[in-house]
Design a protein around this ligand. Structure first.
Ligand SMILES: [Zn+2]
Length: 444
């Protein structure tokens, strides 16, 4: 292996070291009590805070999520509060290699309104994009099986259409493992599609907690489930169902958590960098890319990841994905670089570019595509309405719309006219090649 490849393979590990250094009090030779912090990871559809208790600063992030199903499963919320109260008093139970997060509820609206759904009537545990694994059976569907096998259209208008779904998706980009607590039934199951670390973790937890380990949820097929989504990104995951809808099973779950923490190195896999084509993608960047449309939408990687101003930037054909260690545990931890803004400043349309076509007739195509491609949360601030411009690769006419991080474009001569993301990652790389002779991947 060349020294260069070795360096790339260690990129994510070196980021972890930076993360740990940022998130904690000064290190000392003797082990101090793990730091404890209350954080807010975002807000629900009705604006209620979604909070977490964080204990420890190790590289293995273990996330416990309660009450995704709101009021009817409020005992899982009480379980999280019980565990949190206990661990606040005894943070030493979290070993140095772990960062533990307890999220009492991912669905504060459903808890307040006493419903299984979020405030928009969507079942959050049926709303994830579960089309990333090799099993079609569990793929997201609008029509879902719910509590007691009742079939309803509560999967949401689209995968990860809900703000709560997108928050947990982002929060787990650097996670080793995630446990999603539900009730009732006294059983525990890993992702439907094969993921070995999930099976090992689930079996150990079941053994100690006394829940029945079942390889497949026995009652019906769960589509769009959080554990299935997590497993598909290499996050060890499973779903325990507490024994009843009332008791919080605190002692059983505390004992099982203890067992997991004691075997953290074996049971909580570090997020792994992934090779795509010629390049090794740092784990959170690979997960972000997979979760946001992958090669089809953002294009393939076109160069190695590079570090710039304390961030890691990975260029893709149509965007550049950036990790900012200073923003760990926030929705801005992984985002797109502002390539749209940069391209717009460089590509001022001239009168010769103006097309005979009516730009306005494509307005609805652009607004639909903007939503489908992740809206302003992903694309960044909208910088204008559709306008005539040119292709950055061959100069032919395009209708485009700029966002801070990307540009939507349409070739009016194509049939049918289809909105795609412009290859701004590629364009940005070309600009670097011209202006910066020391740039990592200059043409030799
Ligand atoms: Zn549930």
């Amino acid at each position: 292996m060349s020294p260069n490849r070795q360096r790339r393979g260690r990129l994510w590990l070196s980021l972890l070291v930076a993360l740990v250094a940022l998130s904690v009090a000064p290190a000392s030779a003797a082990r101090r009590a793990p730091p404890v912090a209350d954080i807010t990871i975002g807000r629900s559809a009705e604006g209620r805070p979604i909070t977490a208790l964080r204990i420890g600063n190790g590289p293995r992030k273990l996330v416990l999520v309660g009450a995704t199903h709101g009021g009817p499963e409020a005992n899982t919320y009480r379980l999280m509060l019980d565990l949190a109260a206990h661990l606040r008093a005894a943070p030493d139970e979290v070993p140095p290699e772990v960062r533990l997060y307890l999220i009492p509820t991912l669905n504060p609206d459903g808890l307040a309104l006493d419903t299984r759904f979020n405030a928009r009537g969507v079942d959050l545990n049926r709303n994830m994009n579960t089309g990333l694994d090799a099993c079609p059976e569990n793929d997201w569907s609008k029509t879902v099986n719910g509590a007691y096998g009742i079939v309803s259209d509560t999967g949401g208008p689209a995968p990860e259409s809900e703000v709560e779904s997108r928050l947990i998706r982002t929060f787990l980009l650097d996670a080793s493992a995630a446990i999603f607590y539900h009730s009732a039934g006294g059983e525990l199951f890993p992702p439907f599609c094969e993921h070995t670390p999930s099976l090992a973790l689930a079996q150990r937890y079941a053994e100690v907690a006394g829940y029945t380990y079942t390889r497949y949820y026995p009652r019906y097929m769960i589509t769009g489930g959080m554990h299935d989504w997590a497993g598909s990104l290499g996050i060890a995951s499973f779903t325990p169902e507490l024994w009843t809808g009332e008791g919080s099973d605190t002692d059983e779950n505390h004992a099982a958590l203890h067992a997991i923490l004691a075997e953290a190195t074996a049971l909580l896999p570090l997020p792994e960098d992934q090779r795509v084509g010629a390049y090794s993608l740092p784990a959170p960047i690979w997960r972000f890319w997979r979760s946001n449309g992958g090669a089809e939408r953002l294009g393939n990687p076109i160069g190695p990841a590079r570090t710039a101003e304390g961030r890691i930037v990975q260029p893709f054909m149509r965007a550049a994905v950036m990790v900012d260690p200073a923003r760990v545990d926030t929705p801005e931890f992984v985002s797109l670089e502002a390539l749209g803004e940069r391209a717009r400043a460089l590509l001022t349309p001239t009168p010769s570019m103006v097309l005979s076509t009516e730009v306005a007739e494509y307005a609805s195509l652009f607004s639909a595509a903007a939503v489908e491609f992740g809206g302003e949360a992903l694309l960044g601030e909208r910088l204008g309405t559709p306008e005539p411009s040119i292709s950055v690769s061959d100069g032919s006419p395009r209708i485009v719309q700029y966002f801070a991080n990307a540009r939507l474009e349409l070739d009016p001569t194509a049939t049918p006219p289809t909105v795609v993301l412009s290859p701004l990652g590629w364009y940005d790389q070309q600009l670097h090649l011209v202006t910066d002779p020391s740039f990592t991947h200059q043409i030799r």
